[in-house]
Design a protein around this ligand. Structure first.
Ligand code: IMP
Ligand code: MG
Length: 178
C-alpha cells in the first residue's frame, strides 16, 4: 500500500468484478444505438479504460476536460469547460463517464451541454457516488459503488494531481493532506 494511504476502501479485484456487472448493463441499454462515450478528464481515465474493454459494442470514445474541484478537497460548485470544442454527439446516444458523483453539479452541467449539442440521450455512469442528500435528477444511471461522504483518492481520483494511478480507492492519511 502507498505510504500516504490510511485505508483501502475498494480493492482492485472488487472494482474489476463490479465493472463486469456495469458493462453488462451498458451493453443491454446501448446495443444497436449509435454510441458515443464521453469521459471526463482526468478522473475517469482509468475507469474508462477498464470499463470499455468489457463493452464490445461499436462506439466512439471522446474526452472532455472539465474542472470543478480546483485542487482542494471540497467541491467549488463551479464547473468550467476547458476545451474549445465539443465532441459531435448530434443524434447519438451518449454514455457520460466520471470518476465520482459528489454534489452532482459536474455531471448535470455536462449533461445539459451535451443535450444542447443534440445528443439523442445521455446516460451517466460513475465508479463512485457519495452517500449524501442529492436531488433525484442528479443520480447517475449506473453507479459502481456508493461510499460515505469522505474524500477518496486512487483509481483516477486525485488530491492535488496525485494518486490517480493507485489501482484501488482509498483514504488519505491526515499527514498527506495539507
Ligand atoms: P460534483 O460536481 O460535486 O459531483 O463533483 C464531481 C467531481 O469532483 C469529480 O469529477 C471529482 O473530480 C471531484 N471529486 C469529488 N469528490 C472527490 C473525492 O472524494 N476525491 C477526489 N475528487 C473528488
Ligand atoms: Mg475530476
Amino acid at each position: 500500500m502507498h505510504q500516504d494511504i490510511e485505508k483501502v476502501l475498494i480493492d482492485e479485484e472488487v472494482i474489476k468484478k463490479r465493472l463486469d456487472v456495469l458493462a453488462q448493463k451498458v451493453m443491454l441499454d446501448f446495443e444497436g444505438k449509435p454510441m458515443v462515450v464521453v469521459a471526463l478528464l482526468k478522473g475517469a481515465v482509468l475507469f474508462m479504460a477498464d470499463l470499455l474493454r468489457r463493452v464490445p459494442l461499436p462506439m466512439e470514445i471522446e474526452c472532455l476536460n472539465v474542472a470543478s474541484y480546483h485542487g482542494g478537497t471540497e467541491s467549488s460548485g463551479v464547473v468550467s469547460f476547458l476545451d474549445n470544442t465539443m465532441p459531435d454527439v448530434d443524434g447519438r446516444s451518449v454514455l457520460l463517464l466520471d470518476d465520482i458523483l459528489d454534489t452532482g453539479r459536474t455531471l448535470d452541467a455536462v449533461m445539459k451541454k451535451l443535450r444542447e449539442h443534440g445528443a439523442a440521450e445521455v446516460k451517466t455512469c460513475v465508479l463512485l457516488a457519495k452517500d449524501i442528500p442529492r436531488d433525484e435528477v442528479l443520480a447517475a444511471d449506473y453507479t459502481g459503488f456508493v461510499i460515505g461522504d469522505e474524500f477518496v483518492v486512487g483509481y483516477g481520483l486525485d488530491y492535488r494531481g496525485r494518486y490517480r494511478n493507485l489501482p484501488y480507492v482509498g483514504l488519505l492519511k491526515e499527514s498527506a493532506i495539507g
